[in-house]
Design a protein around this ligand. Structure first.
Ligand code: MSP
Length: 523
C-alpha cells in the first residue's frame, strides 16, 4: 500500500496558492500511483489548534470551535473545486485524534520520555515556541520572523528529544530516500548539528492557551500544537484506534514494503518534521524501516518575495480556477515548478503555458486527429497496412516519452513527466504536418496509407489521455469519451501497449477540450 499525506493546513486563515499546490501535487501523485496499479491511500486535512487560531477567533469574537469550522469549510470547498480527491480527512479537533494524542503522551510518559521542568526564557508568540541563542541574528536580536518576543518563566512538559538525535543522524546517513530531494537532507543534517542537545517543550499552560488537547496526566496544560498536529499522520491512519473508530487498518497502511511519504513545504522540514516528528516516531518504537519518507517541495513566491497577508500579495486559488478553469490551474501548479525548488507565481505564465502546451499543442493534436478520422474514415480506426519509417519513429517517440514520463513520475517530478509527454505531442504534430493526411485523402490510391496515419494519431491521443489523467482528470476523461475508450479508471499503465484502440474501433465526435484563454481575460 502506498500511503501519502500532505501537511495539514492552518485554519487561522484562508487557503492560498501554496496550499493548493501541495494538495494538487499530492492528488497527481496518488492518481498516478493508482494508474500504475498500486493500492494507494491519500490523507490530508487541517490543523485546527494552537495560539494563532485562538487569537484570530478572539479577534473575531467567536469561539475557536466555531471559527475553525468556518475556515475548515473553505479548505474543503477548495479541494472539491480543484478535484483533489483524498481518502482520509484529518481534523485535529476530532475526538479520535485527541484520544490517539493522549494515548501517545501517556505511553511516552510511562516510558520515561517526558519530564516536567521550569524554564525561563524568550518566547515567540508568533511561532509559539521558546527561543534559543542560536535563533538570534548576527546582530544578536531575534529577527522579524519570530514576531513579538516576550520574556517568560513557566513550568512545562518536555520530550527527551536529545536522546534521539544520534539515532536520527545515523538513520539519515543510512537511508538515501529519507528526505527527497537529496539537497534537503543536507539542510536537515546541518540543522541537526546545531540542534542536538535540546529537548522539546510539548505543553502550554492553560492560562496562556486553552485551545488544544489536554495533557491527560496534568490537566492544567494543553499539548503544543506541533506535537498534536504531527500525530495526525498516524492517528488518522488508525494507529492505536478503537476497533469501531472507522479509521483504516494501520498495519495495512503503514508498511515497510513502501514506506509512507509525507509531502511538506521546505519551511516545515526543520525542525518540525525532520527532527521532532522523526524522533517522536523513534521514541514511539517505530523501527527504521517504518520511518516515513519526507518529500519536500519548494515555495511559490511573488516576484521573488514570500506571499504573505501583510504584503497583500496572496493569490486566491478559487478565484483563479473560476477565471481560467480548474484544468489550467492544476496544470500550471505542477508544470511551472520543479518538485523541491521554488518558483514565481505569474498569471501571465499560467495563461502562456496553458495556451501553448495545452490549447495549441495537445488541443490541436486531439482536434485534428479526431476531426480527420471523422471526416475521412467516418471515425473508424484501422491499421491500413502501409507503413513507413515515419510511423516507426512515432511509435519509438511514444515509447520513449512514456518511459521518461514514468521515470519522472516515479520520482515525484511531475513537471519533468509533463515535459516528456509534451515531446511526444510535438512529435505527433510534426508527423501530421509531414504526412499531410488531408492530401492523402484526395488520392483514392492512398486510402490504406491514410488509415495508417490516422491510426497513429488517434493511438497517440489515446495514450496521451491516459498519461495525462493524473494531472488533468476531467480533460483526460473527456478525451477518452470522445475516443469511445473505456473509462480511464479501468486502464492502467501496464495496458499501455501500441494498439490501445482496437482494429475497426469507431471514435466519437471531437469537441475542443482545451479552449484557448483569451488574453483580455487576465487578472
Ligand atoms: N499546520 C502546519 C503544518 C502541520 S503538518 C503536521 C503548517 N500549515 S501551513 O498552512 O502554514 O502550511 C501548510 C503547507 O503549505 C506547508 O507544507 C507549507 O510549506 C505549504 N505552503 C505554505 N505556503 C506556501 C507557498 N507559498 N508555496 C508552497 N507551499 C507553501 O505549516
Amino acid at each position: 500500500m502506498f500511503y501519502l499525506t500532505t501537511a495539514i493546513d492552518y485554519t487561522n486563515g484562508s487557503p492560498h496558492i501554496g496550499h493548493a499546490y501541495e494538495k494538487v501535487l499530492a492528488d497527481v501523485i496518488i492518481r498516478y500511483r493508482r494508474l500504475r496499479g498500486d493500492e494507494a491511500f491519500f490523507l490530508t486535512g487541517v490543523d485546527q489548534h494552537g495560539q494563532k487560531v485562538q487569537q484570530t477567533a478572539e479577534k473575531e469574537g467567536v469561539h475557536p470551535a466555531t471559527f475553525v469550522k468556518r475556515t475548515t469549510k473553505k479548505f474543503l470547498n477548495l479541494w472539491d473545486k480543484l478535484g483533489v480527491k483524498y481518502d482520509g480527512w484529518a481534523e485535529t479537533i476530532d475526538d479520535r485524534h485527541k484520544t490517539c494524542v493522549q494515548g501517545i503522551l501517556t505511553a511516552l510518559k510511562d516510558q520515561g520520555q517526558l519530564y516536567k521542568h521550569a524554564h525561563s526564557g524568550h518566547y515567540s508568540v508568533r511561532q509559539e515556541q521558546f527561543l534559543q541563542d542560536r535563533d538570534r541574528d548576527e546582530a544578536g536580536n531575534f529577527g522579524p520572523e519570530w514576531g513579538e518576543v516576550v520574556q517568560i518563566e513557566e513550568e512545562n512538559w518536555y520530550f527527551k528529544l536529545s536522546e534521539h538525535t544520534d539515532w536520527l543522524k545515523s538513520y539519515l546517513d543510512a537511508t538515501p530516500d529519507a528526505v527527497l530531494p537529496a539537497f534537503r537532507k543536507s539542510e536537515l543534517l546541518n540543522a541537526l548539528e546545531r540542534n542536538s542537545g535540546t529537548d522539546l517543550c510539548i505543553s502550554r499552560p492553560k492560562e496562556r492557551l486553552r485551545w488544544g488537547i489536554e495533557i491527560p496526566f496534568d490537566t492544567d496544560f494543553v499539548t503544543y500544537v506541533w506535537f498534536d498536529a504531527l500525530i495526525n499522520y498516524v492517528s488518522f491512519a488508525g494507529y492505536r484506534a478503537a476497533p469501531d473508530a472507522e479509521l483504516p487498518d494501520f498495519e495495512k497502511l503503514w508498511t515497510a514494503d513502501e514506506r509512507p511519504v509525507h509531502i511538506i513545504g521546505k519551511d516545515i522540514l526543520v525542525p518540525a518534521h525532520g527532527i521532532y516528528w522523526l524522533c517522536m516516531l523513534h521514541a514511539m518504537g517505530f523501527p527504521d524501516e517504518l520511518i516515513p519518507r519526507l518529500l519536500v517541495h519548494g515555495w511559490w513566491n511573488m516576484r521573488g518575495e514570500k506571499m504573505s497577508k501583510s504584503l497583500g500579495n496572496i493569490v486566491d486559488p478559487a478565484e483563479l480556477a473560476d477565471k481560467f478553469g480548474v484544468e489550467a490551474l492544476r496544470y500550471y501548479l505542477v508544470r511551472d515548478i520543479v518538485t523541491g525548488k521554488d518558483s514565481d507565481f505569474d498569471v501571465e505564465r499560467l495563461i502562456m503555458l496553458y495556451n501553448t502546451e495545452l490549447a495549441n499543442e495537445l488541443g490541436n493534436l486531439c482536434n485534428r486527429a479526431l476531426n480527420m478520422s471523422q471526416r475521412f474514415t467516418e471515425g473508424i480506426i484501422t491499421r491500413g497496412g502501409i507503413f513507413t519509417d515515419a510511423d516507426l519513429a512515432l511509435q519509438t517517440s511514444l515509447a520513449e516519452s512514456t518511459d521518461a514520463y514514468r521515470a519522472a513520475m516515479d520520482e515525484f517530478d511531475v513537471s519533468k513527466g509533463l515535459e516528456a509527454l509534451g515531446r511526444h505531442v510535438g512529435h505527433c504534430n510534426q508527423y501530421a504536418e509531414r504526412m499531410k493526411p488531408w492530401e492523402l485523402n484526395k488520392d483514392p490510391e492512398m486510402k490504406a496509407r491514410l488509415a495508417t496515419v490516422l491510426q497513429h494519431l488517434a493511438e497517440s491521443v489515446a495514450h496521451c489521455a491516459v498519461l495525462l489523467s493524473p494531472i488533468l482528470p476531467d480533460a483526460a476523461a473527456k478525451l477518452a469519451a470522445q475516443l469511445n475508450l473505456p473509462s480511464l479508471t479501468e486502464i492502467s499503465l501496464s495496458d499501455l501497449h501500441w494498439g490501445l484502440i482496437p482494429e475497426g474501433h469507431t471514435i466519437g465526435k471531437p469537441k475542443p477540450v482545451f479552449p484557448k484563454i483569451l488574453v483580455e481575460e487576465k487578472v
